[in-house]
Write a protein that binds this ligand. Structure first.
Ligand SMILES: Cc1cc2nc3c(=O)[nH]c(=O)nc-3n(C[C@H](O)[C@H](O)[C@H](O)COP(=O)(O)OP(=O)(O)OC[C@H]3O[C@@H](n4cnc5c(N)ncnc54)[C@H](O)[C@@H]3O)c2cc1C
Length: 373
């Protein structure tokens, strides 16, 4: 099958790699592969600490995604010759004060109720696990099954692995997707070039919302949720020992080699990716309150990216009512975590039913009953 993938973020690249491995002829169209939200992200693989009230169906998918990561990371390293920095590190969420303690107690009860692997710790216990925590920290919850990957290394490895598997890159921007007669006909680039094939997979992150030519209602409404995030650097001994330390307002991801990521804001401001002084100040203040030693590190970069979010905050993955048009969009806060499982299921859904775990996340769920008739 010849497949055109619109968008080469983590989702599009991993899908391209898997599709090429399955014997398809694949082209990724993206002016700047790997530089969207997947570049801006923190790389936490956090089904447990990212479990939110009302999002229980997504939890099963996130947990299954997490289980696929060890095999995926090994296979990607072999295929690319590059290390994506997958680290089984666990994550601790800590409380600064009594209010945080109360919120954390509630969170712990919620996580326990879901049967998740979490452990409550006192202040002295958390400081034993992470000696650089402030003496003011009162306690925490440890999630042993939350891990991390270096998302920038990940997209670079995916570009390489997909290329080696035979994927072609077209560095043009897609202007529209030509659909008529209930079928996808071509992907048209800004300079008018038409890429014709059997199948088009839209994996354009927040860009998927603005692709003319696709009939209304086929791509679910997508809202960009801006995240600002900082990169720090120091000698490894000056960085947190634990891979992920979270407060209720901030998270700190320590790569283990002196690189530290501090994130992230959640802002709904359209397509704006401006880095603001206020966000930088708030992120540093919140991180410093938990880990005072961070003040000694070098501030390398402040960046912002746009999380692609659907109305129910879960992804939209699989075939659409337009023959030959598939979606892999809306991965919101967990797109890096969901990369391996999305790639596998999109490819499975090309010529068969979507695997059970992904079935609840079909794009069809956003269509009104009237549109379905
Ligand atoms: C600050 C921040 C922190 C995050 N932290 C985490 C985290 O710790 N863990 C986690 O799992 N997730 C995290 N996320 C979420 C995660 O980054 C996203 O869910 C994921 O990267 C989405 O991947 P994607 O491939 O769909 O989109 P993107 O990475 O945005 O890729 C979309 C691609 O489509 C291309 N494109 C768009 N329009 C067009 C067009 N018209 N023509 C051609 N190409 C086009 C873009 O150039 C881009 O390369 C974070 C996000 C942000 C912003």
């Amino acid at each position: 099958m010849s497949i055109t993938i619109v968008g080469g973020g983590a989702i599009g690249l991993a899908t391209a790699w898997r599709a090429a491995q399955a014997g398809h002829d694949v082209t990724v169209v993206d002016p700047d592969p790997g530089r969207g939200a997947s570049w801006a992200a923190a790389g936490m693989l956090a089904p447990v600490t990212e479990a939110h009230y009302g999002e229980e169906p997504l939890l099963a998918l996130n947990l299954a995604a997490s289980e696929q990561w060890p095999g995926f990371a090994t296979e990607l390293a072999e295929a690319s010759g590059m290390d994506a920095g997958y680290r089984r590190c666990g994550a601790i969420t800590v409380a600064r004060d009594l209010d945080d303690q109360a919120a954390l107690a509630e969170l712990f009860a919620f996580q326990q109720g879901l049967g998740l692997a979490v452990q409550r710790m006192t202040g002295s216990e958390v400081r034993r696990v992470e000696p650089s925590l402030s003496p003011r920290v009162r306690g925490g919850v440890f999630a042993s099954e939350d891990h991390q990957v270096d998302n920038r290394a990940l997209v670079q490895a995916l570009v390489r692995a997909a290329g080696r598997a035979g994927v072609t890159y077209d560095h043009r921007r897609v202007a529209r997707i030509d659909c008529h007669g209930g079928r996808v006909r071509a992907v048209v680039t800004e300079d008018g070039h038409r890429l014709q094939g059997d199948t088009v997979i839209v994996a354009a992150g927040v860009g998927a919302a603005a692709l003319p030519g696709v009939p209304e209602g086929v791509v679910p409404p997508l809202r960009p949720v801006k995240g600002q995030l900082l990169h720090l650097r120091g000698v490894p001994a000056a960085c947190p020992r634990l891979g992920v330390v979270r407060g209720l307002e901030v998270y700190v991801v320590s790569r283990g080699d002196g690189r530290v990521v501090v994130g992230a804001t959640m802002e709904e401001r359209g397509m704006d990716t401006t880095v603001t002084a206020g966000a930088v100040m708030e992120l540093l203040r919140a991180a410093w309150e938990l880990l005072p030693g961070l003040a000694e590190l070098e501030l390398l970069e402040a960046t912002a990216g746009l999380r692609p979010a659907t109305p129910d905050n879960a992804p939209a993955v699989g075939p659409t009512e337009i023959e030959g048009l598939h979606l892999a969009v809306g991965h919101f806060r967990n797109g890096i975590l969901l990369t391996p499982i999305t790639a596998r299921t999109v490819v499975a859904g090309l010529d068969g039913p979507l695997p059970d775990l992904m079935a609840p996340f079909s794009p069809d769920r956003f269509r009104t009953a009237a549109a379905r008739r």
